[in-house]
Design a protein around this ligand. Structure first.
Ligand code: GTP
Ligand code: MG
Length: 154
């Protein structure tokens, strides 16, 4: 079963939207595998969004991601990566379809509430960045049902 990395960004945490976002993923039928509230340093933010390093908005993006706590999650389900992106909606909330998280909760492209991995490679890389094997077991919300590592996509 596929897994994806989803993160409530600092604007979503500050506005008290973790519960609403988790509810949407649960209602859709995804299984919550791991979840933690954490701060991100600039090094982790720059690695997470490394593909955008040359973009004009990169500095602003890193400033934003490090401006407060985030809620990092791993969700599992059929076609989890594409299905999660469907729930999240288009990058620009102004262009997102009604009923998606970004359309319903956000106005601005630079504060768009939630992140979702965009490919299998990104999902594996991002899960590894945020939930590496060195984490104490207590931080993991749910053990993998088959005993596999949290970082293993299967
Ligand atoms: P993430 O799930 O956060 O990765 O968003 P995405 O996959 O929908 O979009 P993308 O990876 O292309 O961009 C990453 C983030 O950079 C977006 O979520 C936006 O917050 C920000 N971003 C993307 N394009 C622009 C832009 O043209 N201007 C500004 N200011 N921010 C942008
Ligand atoms: Mg992206």
């Amino acid at each position: 079963m596929e897994r994806t990395f989803v993160m409530v960004k600092p604007d979503g945490v500050k506005r008290g939207l973790i519960g609403s976002i988790v509810t949407r993923f649960e209602q859709k039928g995804f299984l919550l595998i791991a979840m933690k509230l954490m701060s991100i340093d600039r090094t982790l933010a720059e690695r997470h969004y490394g593909e955008h390093r040359e973009k004009p908005f990169f500095g602003e993006l890193v400033d934003f991601l490090t401006s407060g706590q985030v809620c990092a999650m791993v969700w599992e389900g059929p076609n989890a990566i594409a299905n999660a992106r469907g729930l999240i909606g288009s990058t620009n909330p102004a262009e997102a379809s009604p009923g998606t998280i970004r359309a319903d909760f956000a106005l601005d492209i630079s504060s768009n509430i939630v992140h979702g991995s965009d490919s299998l490679e990104s999902a594996q890389r991002e899960i590894g960045l945020f939930f590496d094997g060195a984490q104490p077991p207590g931080l993991l919300f749910r053990a993998a049902s088959d005993g596999a590592s949290i970082t293993t996509a299967h």
